[in-house]
Write a protein that binds this ligand. Structure first.
Ligand SMILES: Nc1ncnc2c1ncn2[C@@H]1O[C@H](COP(=O)(O)OP(=O)(O)OP(=O)(O)O)[C@@H](O)[C@H]1O
Ligand SMILES: [Mg+2]
Length: 449
C-alpha cells in the first residue's frame, strides 16, 4: 500500500483546526495539528510532512518565525500560509521566507485543496546515498541538511578522481562511512577497501602492518607477510586516526606517498602502490603541525582534498531522518520491532547537543530500543540516557563552569536569532536589559542584526 501523505496544520483557531483535520483525513491524508508555533515547528521537524498549512498569527512563536526556522534549518516542507487581508507586509515576508503560497481568511476550502494538490506535485525526493547496493540500507548515509547535501555532491565528485582525501570531523560524525562511500562509488569499487586504524596498533607493529615484512625480518616474522598497502591493490587504503602515526613512521609514509612504491620491512625489493589513500582524523592536524607533532609535508600530501563533516549539533535537522533510519537498523540487529517514536522523545533528542555525534545517537537509541517495552519508543525510554555525557565524547570534551556554559548557550541562541536581541531574550526567558548585561559581563561577541 502506498504511504499516506502527511500534512501538518498549525492554527490557534481550534474550530478551524478541527475542521481542517477532519476534511483532510477524509481525503485520505495523515493529518497532525498544532495550536501554536513552537509545537507546529517541532511537529514539522519530526513528521517531515510534504506540506504544512500555517496560520501567520499565532500566540508565542509567530507563523513567520516558524517559516524562518524552517528556512534556516533547511527543512524541505512546502508551507501554505493563511493570512488576513490587511497583512500584505507579512504575506510578502512569508513568501520571502520560502512559503509556497498563501490564502486569505475566511478560508475557501476549494482553493486550499487546489493549493495542496499543487504543492504536492513535483516534489524533490529525500536525499540519501547508498554505499553498497546489496541488501537493506546498511551503509546508507542519511541526511537532508544543506551540509550533508554538499557532502553527497563531494562524494560524487571524489569518486570520479583517484586523489588523496583527508576526511576531518569530530568523533562519530561518519568519517569512515564517507570514506567507504567514495570507494564504493568509484570505478575501483571491485577492488579492496582496506582500513587501518593507526591508533589501535602498537607502535612497533604498525610499520609491518602497513608495509608488510619479509620472513625473518624480526623475531616472530615466521613468513613473508603482505602489509595493508599491498593488500589494498588498486582499491582504497583507509588510514583512520592518521594523527596517531608516530613521527618516524610519518617520514616513511611520506616517502612512499611521493614515490608510490615501498619496501617490505626487512626487504629491499620495491613494491608498487596503486591504491588511493583516504585518511581520517578528529584532531586538528594544522595545530599539531604547529606544535611539531605532525609533519607539515605529510599534512600537505594528505590534504590534497579535505572533506569536513560538521558535527551533528550543527545540522540537527538530520536528527529525525537519522532516528528513523537508525531505529530500522537497530531493529534488525536486536530483533526488536519498534515501529514508532513519540513526538516528545524526538523533541528530547533534538534538544541534546550530541558531543559524540551519530555514534552517540546510535548508542542512545540502541539502549532505548532495548529498554522499550512498547512498539513505540517513548520519551521515558530516552530521557535518562541523555543525562550523562557519553563515553563517545570527543577527547577535547572538558568539564566547564556554569558561566562558560551560560556564555556558550547565549552565544548559540544569539547566532540562531541572527543577533536579534528581542527574540533571543524571549527564547532565553530573560528581559532584554538582562540579556545586554550578560552579553557585556560574559564578554560574548556576536553580530548585531
Ligand atoms: N549520515 C549518517 N547516516 C547514517 N549513519 C551514520 C551517518 N553518519 C554516521 N553514521 C553511523 O554512525 C556510526 C559512526 O560513524 P563512523 O564510524 O563513520 O564515524 P567516524 O567519524 O569514523 O567516528 P570516529 O572518529 O569515532 O572513528 C556508524 O555506525 C555509522 O554507520
Ligand atoms: Mg572512524
Amino acid at each position: 500500500m502506498a504511504k499516506r501523505i502527511e500534512i501538518v496544520v498549525v492554527d490557534d483557531n481550534l474550530e478551524l483546526l478541527e475542521s481542517l483535520e477532519l476534511y483532510f483525513r477524509e481525503k485520505g491524508y495523515g493529518v497532525s495539528t498544532a495550536d501554536n508555533g513552537e509545537t507546529g515547528l517541532a511537529l514539522i521537524k519530526f513528521r517531515r510532512p510534504k506540506v504544512a498549512i500555517v496560520d501567520l498569527r499565532l500566540p508565542g512563536m509567530s507563523g513567520l518565525e516558524l517559516l524562518e526556522s524552517l528556512k534556516n534549518e533547511g527543512i524541505d516542507c512546502r508551507t501554505v500560509v493563511i493570512t488576513a487581508y490587511q497583512e500584505m507586509e507579512t504575506t510578502v515576508q512569508a513568501i520571502k521566507l520560502g512559503a509556497f503560497d498563501y490564502l486569505h481568511k475566511p478560508l475557501d476550502i476549494d482553493a486550499l485543496d487546489q493549493l495542496i494538490d499543487k504543492a504536492l506535485s513535483d516534489l524533490p525526493e529525500t536525499e540519501s546515498i547508498k554505499v553498497v547496493d546489496e541488501e537493506f540500507k546498511e551503509n546508507t548515509i542519511v541526511g537532508r541538511s544543506h551540509e550533508m547535501k554538499e557532502i553527497f555532491k563531494l562524494i560524487g565528485l571524489l569518486s570520479e578522481v583517484k586523489t588523496t582525501v583527508l576526511v576531518v570531523g569530530e568523533s562519530g560524525t561518519g568519517k569512515e562511512l564517507v570514506a567507504r562511500a567514495i570507494h564504493y562509488h568509484s570505478s575501483s569499487a571491485g577492488e579492496p577497501f582496506v582500513a587501518l586504524n593507526c591508533s589501535a596498533i602498537v607502535e612497533n607493529l604498525l610499520e609491518s602492518e602497513l608495509f608488510g615484512h619479509e620472513q625473518g625480518s624480526f623475531t616472530g616474522a615466521d613468513a613473508t607477510k603482505k602489509g595493508k598497502l599491498e593488500i589494498a591493490g588498486g582499491g582504497t587504503l583507509f588510514l583512520d586516526e592518521i594523527s596517531e602515526i608516530p613521527l618516524h613512521l610519518q617520514a616513511k609514509l611520506l616517502r612512499f606517498i611521493q614515490e608510490r612504491e615501498f619496501e617490505r620491512v626487512g626487504g629491499n625489493q620495491k613494491v608498487k602502490f596503486n591504491a588511493r589513500i583516504i585518511a581520517a582524523t578528529n584532531r586538528d592536524l594544522a595545530q599539531m603541525v604547529k606544535r611539531g607533532e605532525f609533519r607539515e609535508d605529510l599534512y600537505f600530501r594528505l590534504k590534497v582534498f579535505e572533506l569536513y563533516i560538521p558535527p551533528l549539533r550543527q545540522r540537527k535537522e538530520d536528527i529525525p531522518l537519522l532516528v528513523e533510519y537508525l531505529i530500522k537498523k537497530i531493529n534488525r540487529t536486536t530483533g526488536k520491532k519498534i515501529q514508532r517514536i513519540s513526538m516528545a522523545a524526538i523533541n528530547r533528542l533534538l534538544e541534546h547537543d550530541w558531543p559524540g555525534n551519530i555514534r552517540e545517537l546510535e548508542n542512545v537509541l540502541t539502549r532505548a530500543v532495548v529498554l522499550s517495552k512498547d512498539k513505540c519508543l517513548l520519551e521515558s525510554c530516552v530521557v535518562n540516557l541523555l543525562r550523562q555525557p557519553e563515553a563517545g565524547c570527543p577527547a577535547s570534551f572538558q568539564l566547564k563552569s556554569l558561566s562558560e556554559i551560560e556564555a556558550q548557550h547565549i552565544a548559540h541562541v544569539l547566532q540562531c536569532c541572527q543577533g536579534n536581541i528581542s527574540r533571543a531574550a524571549r527564547i532565553l526567558g530573560i528581559t532584554r536589559p538582562t540579556l545586554r548585561n550578560k552579553i557585556k559581563s560574559l564578554n560574548i561577541s556576536f553580530e548585531d542584526s
